[in-house]
Structures are given as C-alpha cells and as structure tokens.
Write a protein that binds this ligand. Structure first.
Ligand code: SAM
Length: 236
C-alpha cells in the first residue's frame, strides 16, 4: 500500500482547549477566533502573497488528539443521536483511516508577532494545537453548491436550548477586556448542547465544566436550559 509523508505547515491556537464543546463543523460559531501560526519553514511573507483577497480558506489538518485511537468502517454520528450507524466515508467523523480533517474558515487577517507569521481566523472548529497540513483558498464558484444533497446532515444542527448567566458570571464577562464577545461565544457554545447523547436523556440538574481561552466555565443543565454559574481565569 502506498504511503506518503507530509510536513506540518503550522499549528492552530484555538479557544477550544478540549474536544468537548467544539462545534461539529466550522462556521457555526463565528465568534470562535484563533490563529494559524506558520512553522518557520513556511513563514516567508511571499508564501501568503494574494491570500488576503480571499474571505475564506480550506484547512487540511490532522485530528491529532485522536489519531492514535484507530478507526472502524462504521461510526455512530452524534447527529443521529449516537444510535444509527453509517459508513465512515459517509460521515465527517474524526476516527478515519487517515485522521485528516477539512474545515472552511474565515480569514480575518495576516499578522506577524515575535517573528512568527500567522493567519487570524474565525468560525473555527479546531482544537488548540491542531497541526495543519495545507491551506487553500475557498473558491465560491466551485466550492459552494447550493443544490447539493446533505444526506443525514442537510441543515445546521438546531436545539431549543436556552442560556442564562449568574450575576457573577455575567460580571466576569463584562469585566475581562480581552475578549469582547466572550458572553456571546459561551452562549452559542452552550446553545448547541455539547453534552454527549447519552447524557441528554438524563433527568434532573446536571453540572458541567469546560475551558474556553484561559477561562474555566461551569454551568448546570436542567431540561432545555443552561445556567452559567461561574467563570474563573486559569492563569493571569
Ligand atoms: N470540519 C472537520 C471535518 O469535517 O473534517 C471536522 C469535523 S469533526 C466532526 C468536528 C470535531 O472534531 C469537533 O467537534 C472536535 O471535537 C473534533 N476535533 C477538532 N480538532 C481536533 C483535533 N485536532 N483532534 C481531534 N479531534 C478534533
């Protein structure tokens, strides 16, 4: 069997520090901004010449967190409640023969900091530290196919989940200055109901926690309502 070796062109700096709570696809939470920091071999300004005329980019990346977990021919897409089984090539599952992912993201700008060349991106669905193998411009005339059939995922996931914040959590969002969209970002993450399917069937109040940027966020779920109870910084 033929095999090929690829070089990582850069690594993603993302607000998503763990897989839990990352949206299933890019673009669902535009407030999710991050950077793709190019490796030194690819940090000549010439490599990006012309890229700023494109609004969106395709990223080809490695599912590095789960790459060593193997794969099987059939998977249970969360979209189908984790019950129905589909062929792995009929899904966007992370566990695949080659653990390669594909995401279209919005290009917000090009930056250089401390000698590192980076792309500022938004709408990402990538874990912090994701290795990227390639970057290609998104071509609307060819890549946007409004009449394409979307199979069992023919529309963006929708939930009836609502979100409220405790006074403390709300004040925390307003007082921190680094991320003006923090409250909206948290709200959108929780509205997509990131709980695993089997937990969604449980009755009574459940407590959860996640890390976004360097903030630990705690919330409770009761029926279809999320209540953010507490937020604190993990480091200054
Ligand atoms: N848009 C990509 C695609 O279609 O190939 C990813 C789709 S996959 C269903 C989305 C999930 O990948 C996210 O919910 C997150 O849990 C997971 N994910 C993101 N970055 C990852 C990484 N570096 N390693 C493993 N899993 C990752």
């Amino acid at each position: 069997m033929a095999s090929f070796q690829f070089n990582v062109v850069g690594y993603v700096k993302s607000p998503y520090k763990q897989k839990f709570a990352i949206p299933r696809q890019p673009g669902l939470i535009p407030e999710a901004t991050g950077h793709l920091v190019l490796e030194d071999n690819y940090s000549d300004d010439a490599i990006l010449r012309g890229i700023d005329s494109f609004s969106h980019l395709w990223l080809v990346f490695v599912f590095h967190e789960t790459a060593d977990k193997g794969w099987s021919p059939m998977v249970r897409p969360p979209r189908l409640g984790g019950n129905a089984r589909k062929g792995v090539f009929a899904t966007r599952a992370t566990f695949r023969p080659n653990p390669v992912g594909l995401s279209v993201v919005k290009l917000e700008g090009i930056e250089r900091k401390n000698g590192k060349l980076m792309l500022k991106l938004s709408g990402i669905d990538l874990l912090d530290g994701t290795p990227v193998l390639d970057i290609k411009p998104y071509l609307p005339y060819s890549d946007a196919l409004p009449n394409a059939a979307g199979g069992f995922a023919d529309a963006a996931p929708h939930t009836a989940m609502t979100v409220s914040f405790s006074d403390n959590a709300s004040a925390f969002c307003q007082q921190q200055r680094q991320y003006p969209d923090l409250a909206v970002f948290i709200e959108k993450v929780l509205k997509q109901d990131p709980r695993p399917s089997y937990k969604k069937q449980r009755d009574g109040e459940q407590s959860y926690g996640m890390t976004l940027y360097n903030y630990n966020i705690k919330w409770t779920v009761n029926g279809e309502h999320n209540h953010v109870t507490e937020i604190h910084s993990l480091s200054e």
